[in-house]
Design a protein around this ligand. Sequence first.
Ligand code: NI
Length: 135
Amino acid sequence: MNNIKRFGVSIEEELLKKFDELIEKRGYNSRSEAIRDLIRDYLVKEKWEVKREKIIGSISIIYEHDIYDLSNKLTDIQHHYHEVIISTLHVHFDEKNCLEVILVKGKVEKIKKLYDEISSLKWVKHTSISVTDII
Ligand code: NI
């Protein structure tokens, strides 16, 4: 790493104690490393909210495939958003449930719309999204 700057942080003892416990649990070697990651996450979230930047990420969905034609609805939606979908992985999780992971890349605005459409579908049990910057 080049161009490293140092800065001081004032923080309540109790809050720092909790932070130290958490970063130890997560396996960080130092506070600096943890704070750098937090700042990066914060910056990615900001881009996510600004809605104009490009991102890369994944959307995970859990649903029951035989309920209300959900499989077909999900396929329809994905065809509609083919420009931002790189690939989709489907896992037949058990007798009833399917896990689908959709890899996405492109404009935040479009990916957000895709995510909203999927997560608002009735009978989808769980939807989550993980995004990061395209560097
Ligand atoms: Ni399935």
